[in-house]
Ligand binder design. Structure first.
Ligand SMILES: *Cc1c(COP(=O)(O)O)cnc(C)c1O
Length: 395
C-alpha cells in the first residue's frame, strides 16, 4: 500500500514516501528489473492499453521501482506528478521540448550549466524557438525580455560555477504575468535547501546524478510539475521519445533519498567552514559562497535557501598557473568535474565544463583563469582545510 506522505515532515517523506510493497512484504524497496509485464488475458491487455484499467504496460512508459522514486520525489518537492529521466540533461531537454513549439520564445539566465546553455542557445533555435539570455540577477532584464510569444523562463540558482543567486519569487511573478511557465533547475540547492514550487516555480528539474545519488555511481534525472503540465505536455513526450530511467538506477536513487537530508546538511556545514577559510586566504582574491556575508546576494540566499549549499568557488590571485598548481597539489580533494559526491571534487571551469564557450561569454560569466569550483564532500572539514593549506602554500 502506498502511504500518504503529505502528513509527514520532509525527512520522513524522504525515507517512506512512495514505498509500495510486493506481497512478500519486503522492508527495503524492491528492484523490478523488467522491461515488460504479462496480462491475464487479451481483454486485460486491451483494457490496459485503452487506459480503462490501471497497471504497468512497458518500462519505457513506467516501472514500479521508477515510480517509487518519482513518488518519493513528488512527496519531497510538493509537486502533483513527475517523470524520471535517464540523466539530468534528458530531464532538462524534456522539460523544455515537451512544451515549446516553433514560433515560441524562451528567456533564460545566462549563468547556467554548459549543456543547458547549448539547449537554449543552439538546439531550440534550430527548431524555431527564439531565445534570449539575460543576467538572471537583474530583474529588469527578465521583464524587458518578455515578448507576446514568451512561453518559458528558465534558470538555475545557485548557478554553475559562479554561484549567482536568482530571486525565484520575483522571476515567477514575471513569468506568470507574461502567461509563461518558470522552469527551475534546482540541482545546486537540492530539495533539502530550496523548494522552488513554494515560491511560484511551475516546473522543477534535477540531475539526480548529483546530490540525490550523492555517491557518484549512477546517472539520472527527474522533471516535476503540476498535473496539467504532466498530462498535457510531459507524460506523452517521455512515453514516446523514451529517455527513461533504468529501474536499477531508480533503485539506487530511491535508497539515496533516505539519507539526502543528512548528507546535504553535512555538505553545507563543511562548505561553510571551507568558504570561511578561503575568505581570508592571501592567495585567494575572491571566495564565492552564498553563505558568506560577502556574497552579492547573501540576503536573498538566506531568505530562499536553508543553508549555503555544497559548492564553493574560489579565484586564485595568481591566475590559471596558480589554479592548476593548487588543484594538482591537493591530496584528499580529487580533480573531477562531477559534483554533489561524498568525495570532495575540484574542477577548473575555464578549461573543462565551460571550455566550449567563447572568451567573451566566459568573461561575462566571471569564469576567469584563476577560478576553481569545489564540490565539498563529506570528509572531515579539518582534513579538507589542511589539504588546501598545503596545496595553496605550495602553489
Ligand atoms: C549535472 C547538471 C546537469 C546535467 O545532469 P546530468 O545528470 O549530468 O545529465 C544539469 N544542470 C545542472 C545544474 C547540473 O549540475
Amino acid at each position: 500500500m502506498s502511504q500518504d506522505p503529505a502528513n509527514f515532515r520532509p525527512r520522513t517523506r524522504a525515507v517512506h514516501g512512495g514505498t509500495v510493497r510486493s506481497p512478500f512484504g519486503e522492508t527495503s524497496e524492491a528492484m523490478f528489473l523488467t522491461s515488460g509485464y504479462v496480462y491475464d488475458s487479451a481483454e486485460a491487455a486491451e483494457a490496459r492499453f485503452k487506459g480503462d484499467e490501471g497497471g504497468f504496460i512497458y518500462s519505457r512508459f513506467a516501472n514500479p521501482t521508477v515510480r517509487m522514486f518519482e513518488e518519493r520525489m513528488i512527496a519531497l518537492e510538493g509537486a502533483d506528478d513527475a517523470r524520471a529521466a535517464s540523466t539530468g540533461m534528458a530531464a532538462v531537454t524534456a522539460a523544455l521540448l515537451c512544451q515549446l513549439s516553433a514560433g515560441d520564445h524562451i528567456i533564460a539566465a545566462k549563468a547556467m550549466f554548459g549543456s543547458c546553455l547549448y539547449i537554449v542557445e543552439e538546439l531550440l533555435p534550430r527548431f524555431g524557438v527564439a531565445s534570449t539570455l539575460v543576467d538572471g540577477t537583474d530583474l529588469a532584464q527578465w521583464q524587458n525580455a518578455v515578448r507576446p510569444n514568451t512561453k518559458v523562463l528558465f534558470l538555475e540558482t545557485p548557478s554553475n560555477p559562479t554561484l549567482e543567486v536568482i530571486d525565484l519569487k520575483a522571476v515567477a511573478d514575471i513569468a506568470h504575468q507574461a502567461g509563461a511557465r518558470l522552469v527551475v533547475d534546482n540541482v545546486f540547492a537540492t530539495p533539502v535547501l530550496q523548494r522552488p514550487m513554494e515560491l511560484g516555480a511551475d516546473v522543477v528539474v534535477y540531475s539526480a546524478t548529483k546530490h540525490i545519488d550523492g555517491q557518484g555511481r549512477c546517472l539520472g534525472g527527474i522533471v516535476l510539475g503540476d498535473q496539467s503540465f504532466i498530462d498535457d505536455h510531459l507524460a506523452n513526450y517521455m512515453r514516446q521519445t523514451g529517455p527513461s530511467l533504468s529501474p536499477f538506477n531508480a533503485w539506487v536513487m530511491l535508497k539515496s533519498l533516505e539519507t539526502l537530508d543528512l548528507r546535504v546538511r553535512e555538505h553545507c556545514r563543511n562548505a561553510q567552514k571551507l568558504a570561511e577559510f578561503f575568505d581570508n586566504h592571501p592567495k585567494i582574491s575572491r571566495a564565492i559562497y552564498p553563505g558568506l556575508k560577502s556574497h552579492p546576494q547573501h540576503e536573498l540566499a538566506a531568505r530562499q535557501m536553508e543553508m549555503g549549499g555544497s559548492i564553493v568557488a574560489i579565484e586564485l590571485a595568481g591566475g590559471k598557473a596558480s589554479a592548476f598548481a593548487t588543484a594538482n597539489g591537493l591530496e584528499v580533494v580529487k580533480i573531477s568535474n562531477n559534483l554533489g559526491d561524498a568525495k570532495s571534487l575540484i574542477t577548473h571551469p575555464e578549461t573543462t565544463t565551460h571550455q566550449r564557450l567563447s572568451d567573451e561569454a566566459r568573461a561575462g560569466l566571471g569564469i576567469t583563469g584563476g577560478l576553481l569550483r569545489l564540490s565539498v564532500g563529506l570528509e572531515d572539514a579539518d582534513d579538507l582545510i589542511e589539504d588546501f593549506s598545503q596545496a595553496l602554500s605550495a602553489a
